[in-house]
Design a protein around this ligand. Sequence first.
Ligand code: NIG
Ligand code: FE
Length: 418
Amino acid sequence: VPKADLLLLDAEQVVTVDDGRPGPLRGPAQSNVHAIERGGVAILEGKIVDVGPSEDIRRRYPDARARLLPGRTLLPGFVDSHTHPVFATMRENEFAMRCRGATYEEILAAGGGILASARALREMPEETLLSLLLGRLRGMLAHGTTAAEAKSGYGLTVESEVRSLRVVQAAAKAQPVTLVATLLGAHALPQEYRDDRDAYVQQVADEMIPAVAKAGLARFCDVFVEKGAFTVEEGRRILRAGLAHGLLPKVHADQLRDGGGALLAAEVGALSAEHLGATGAEGIAALAKAGVVAVLLPSSCLFLNLHFRPNARAMITAGVPVAIATDFNPGSSPTESLGLAASLACATLGMTPEEAIVGITRNGAAACGLDEEHGRIARGRRANLVVLGAPSYTFLPYRMGTNLVREVYVDGAVVVTS
Ligand code: NIG
Ligand code: FE
C-alpha cells in the first residue's frame, strides 16, 4: 500500500494548473486551469504524492488521516510575482493628498513618494524593518500567498539597499512564505544625485550590483524605466551590469507611458516585464518573441486611477504568458490580496477567471523563477495549498475584496486557519 500522512478529500474542485509540462501557460492554454471535480490530494512528508478524483485517492490510501473539504475549492498556494514589501512606513497622507487632486508623479517630483520612503527607511534599524516585513508576510499568507518576489528599492544607497535585501533573506528563513529577492536600486533617483544622475547610475552598476551579488542577496535586478525615474539607456546599463554579476533582469516597464520599457526587457532577455500599462503593439510583439512573462498589476492601476490599462487580451493573443501580482507597496498598491488582483484582472483587464488564476499561480511562479516548486498541484511538488471557502474557483475573482481563504498549507502543514 502506498503511503501518505494526510489526505485532503472531497473538495468540489482541485485546481491543479498542471499539464505536466514545464514553464508558464500562454495563449489559449492560459484559459485552462486543469481542475478536477470532486478531487483530492495525498501528502507525504510535505510533498504531494497523488492528485485525482477523491474516490481514487481514498481507495489507494485507506489508512491515511483524511481532512474532508466539501463545499470548498483547493488551489495551489498563490505566487505574488511583484511586491515591494521592505519599507519603513505607510504613506496614507499621500493617499489623502491624491484624493484632494495631487498626482502620483507630482508627489514624487516634490520629493515625496519613493523618496519619502527612502528617507524613512534609511533611519530605521534593521531589526525594526525585519519585524515589519514579517508582519506583512503574515498578511500575505492569510490571503493565500505562499511564495513571493520581494524587491528592495526604498534605500537608494549601497548600504541601505544591501540592508533591505538582508532583511528579505532573514525573513525568508523565519516564516513559511518562500521569497525570491530582487535588487531595485534604480527605483528613483535619490535627491542627493539630482544634479548628477550619471553618478548614481554608475554607483548602482559598479558598486551596488557587485556588493549584492557577492553577498548572494538577490536573484534578480530590476529598474524603473519611466519619465521621472530612469531612461532606457540607463536601464540597459544597469541590467547589463546585473547580468554580468549573475542577476537576471526584470523591468518596471511602461507603467505610466509607453517609453520603450517592454522593448528593453525583450532586448536584454528579461525573465519578466512588469506593469506594462501603456505598452503598445510593438512592445507586446517583442515580449512574445523573446518569451518574456508579462506581470500585470491591476490594483496599482486602480489605486492610481489611471485612465488606461495594460492590454492583457492583446498580450495573451500574441502568446505572451501573463502573470497577475499585487505590486504590494505603500504608494501605488497598499494591498497584499492576490484574490483582489485576480478580481481586478477580470473586471478591469478583460481577463477570464481561468486566465487570472493561472496568473496568480503557475505564471506567477514562472515570472519569479519558482516554476519548479510552486504554482501547481502536482505529484512530487511541495504541498503548498490554499483552501477556498467556496464551491468553485470562479468565486475567487468574483467575491471582490473578500478574503475567501480558509486554510493555507505549506509543506503539508497548516499555517493559516480561519
Ligand atoms: O510599482 N513604479 C514604481 N514603483 C512602485 C511604487 C512605489 C511607491 O510609490 O512607493 C510601483 O508602482
Ligand atoms: Fe512595482
